[in-house]
Write a protein that binds this ligand. Sequence first.
Ligand code: KIV
Ligand code: ZN
Length: 529
Amino acid sequence: MSERIIIFDTTLRDGEQSPGAALNVTEKLEIARQLEKLRVDVIEAGFPVSSPTQFEAVRRIADSVSVGVAALARAREEDIRSAWQSLRGARKPRIHTFSSTSDYHITGKFGSDRYGRSLKEKRQTVLRMSREAVAYAKTLCDDVEFSAEDAGRTDIGYLAEVIEAAIEAGATTVNIPDTTGYTLPDEYRRKIAGLKQRVSNIDRAVISVHCHNDLGLAVANSLASLEAGARQIECTVNGIGERAGNASLEEIVMALKVRGDLMKWQTGINTREIYNSSRLVSGFTGLIVQPNKAIVGANAFSHESGIHQDGMLKNRETYEIMTPEEVGVPKTRIVLGRHSGRHGLKARLNELGYTPDEEALNALYARFTDLADKKKEVYDDDLRILMGDHDRGESSGLGLEFLQVHLGTHAIPTASIRLKTEEGLIEESATGDGPVAAVFNAIERALGQKFAIESYQVRSVTSGRCALGEALLRIRVRERSFNGRGISTDVVEASARAFLMAINRMRQSGDSEKQSNKEKSTAVLSHTA
Ligand code: KIV
Ligand code: ZN
């Protein structure tokens, strides 16, 4: 009998910490519902104390799904209380609290003398805070996870002490993160094995692993840890996350499935929902999946060379170790058209993992018929793109009401726009080096604010003369990035929409001075407990 591994999905927490990937509450809820379909065991839904949006997202997810829901909290009463308040409606709530344990982190974050003068004293402070945090969380919730941040670079003797104290205080899961993606697979395996030996009460908790991908080893490290006794893996869809990302859920799950001959562990994941989950996350975060990405990349199952194609025709297994169907890559392309009704659209969206409410469906249907008129045939990818582009500002924030661009070989590009804002309509026009620059200038002029554009790309995302153009753009405001994505058969309009979406996200994140300071301070994770 193979043993069951707990899949703890942190797409909505660590994954959302990818630059620019901020999600709104509705998007998070949609992803959480899809994660439930994927059958992850626990969804880490967010970091409630860090902002009202985070709190609300965790609360709504906790109320809506029946799988486990975790909320992150530093080792501080305020954080833990907020995590618990957001989790109240969950059927299986989990408070996830953490402290930093490596000397790098302790000397960096606990530099002040109030935590102790020497490293030894500071370590004792962290140990005490960890114990107290878990004990407090335990008074609120039975299921408590404790993480030793930067455990990958933490001295094993001290790490064992902290883990033992956390379990003694009531932690039911102890997580050993390789926060900086520094360790090698065998080294990490030995670290977990070392803890099994040194921590006297280790059998009272599940050992969890959480690997970052800075050296491209997150999945390898996670798998290696199973051999030493880890039974929970923390991961994200498409491997998104801080810097180079987290261990990728789909790679871990499929490695365990495909290599069941050598790895005797299984997950409860419904692998046929992997592809839909990947598309949904990519669409909402604006983080494109690289074509050669294992399992979910566009090329993962395509065979280019003649020799490979010939081999495949004779016997699929010549070059395929798993089938596209196993991970939910659709075999046939289902086509909708201008005569498809609202019902047909809804049914297809549900199959693709989307659950728009009545109001969203109505708005979407209008866009769908518009597109069907232009394109005649609407494929799944078009629908995914429409869904990913749902945040057009119509319902909240800024919306594009009108756009006109004048350009020509001897004309100065000039754009006129009309924006819908909370205060009413604003009209503006501006010139620029090109049509897109003119539109951006007009938008900035209308809003009276300039934005630094960190990256900007335009690509065609479906095929044919009426292909949809997608603009992806990232703005930077007070040391934070916000992604925007716009879709249209006209790339200038797509660019305008992407720009507005990024601005809307910045505004929705409550990026007032106060808010950005608060988030900055949570990023520093200075403890005051
Ligand atoms: O990488 C890390 O250490 C984390 C912890 C907060 C679990 O994300
Ligand atoms: Zn992490």
